[in-house]
Ligand binder design. Structure first.
Ligand SMILES: C[S@@+](CC[C@H](N)C(=O)[O-])C[C@H]1O[C@@H](n2cnc3c(N)ncnc32)[C@H](O)[C@@H]1O
Length: 243
């Protein structure tokens, strides 16, 4: 007989807690160390995950605040989730080489050792400077309007469409703009989901942002290594404040 039990849908998977280096952030968002050092104010990284950005930008003279709900959890749990993310990334690079840049494919262990270094830097830095790691979740952040000169948001709002449907995504993007200075900008990457599919809601969310007087631009970054694909970054600004 057919099984007619009605099962509740599985809850959406929790996002991976990834451990990227400052150099990887620069690659993903089209930044340079010199540009970060020259920022006229603090930088927000939301979500910060287990990245080394806060630690590695400090010697450049840049104050970075990382915000992520995972910072409410104990250090051991964050480390365990970061190690699980490393294992998931290793498996994904093996299973779907088409989704990852050729350079990483050639030397996956080399790439992942960069994550190991970033994870260790993150853990030591968070223990020494806990005030720069704020437990907070989009679409509501505990920062005053216009606090940050630059805001980065990697691998969340478009990467996890099951967590950020159209309304929540719009609210999250508007919140990132709210906490960014009027002359500053918000950069979001990637604009694909975890399977590499282009976000279907991109035009609609850009239109809705425009109605809130937020301008949007898709900046295409040139490939950084042979076989790599061009990267698309969504850049948001308050209307009337172009640099
Ligand atoms: C794939 S990681 C991205 C981290 C980092 N931006 C990077 O590019 O490596 C996704 C992160 O989003 C965080 N996260 C989950 N829900 C969130 C929310 N509502 N607001 C902010 N961060 C969230 C998770 O805890 C996780 O650390």
């Amino acid at each position: 007989m057919a099984d007619r039990t009605v099962r509740a849908p599985a809850p959406p998977a929790a996002p991976l807690v990834t451990s990227r280096s400052l150099d990887e952030y620069c690659e993903l968002f089209g930044l340079t160390r010199a540009g970060i050092a020259a920022l006229p104010g603090p930088l927000l990284d939301c979500p910060g995950g287990a990245a080394a950005l806060v630690a590695e930008a400090r010697p450049l003279g840049c104050r970075v605040v990382a915000a992520d709900p995972v910072y409410a959890r104990p250090a051991e749990e964050i480390t365990a989730r970061a190690l699980a993310a490393r294992a998931a990334m290793a498996a994904a690079m093996a299973a779907r080489p088409d989704l990852y840049p050729a350079r990483r494919q050639r030397r996956p262990e080399h790439y992942l050792r960069g994550w190991d270094r970033a994870r260790l830097l993150f853990a030591a830095d968070r223990a020494a400077h806990p005030g720069q790691y704020v437990a907070a979740a989009l679409p509501r952040l505990p920062f005053a309007d216009g606090t940050f000169a630059l805001t980065l948001s990697g691998y969340l709002v478009f990467a996890y469409p099951e967590l950020f449907g159209p309304e929540r995504r719009l609210a999250a993007l508007a919140e990132l703009v709210r906490v960014t200075a009027p002359g500053g900008e918000v950069r979001i990457h990637p604009l694909n989901d975890g399977e590499g599919r282009r976000s279907t809601g991109l035009d609609a969310v850009r239109h809705a942002l425009g109605e809130r007087r937020i301008s949007s631009e898709i900046r295409v970054l040139a490939p950084t290594d042979r076989g790599d694909r061009a990267r698309r970054v969504l850049v948001l600004r308050r209307v009337g404040h172009h640099r």
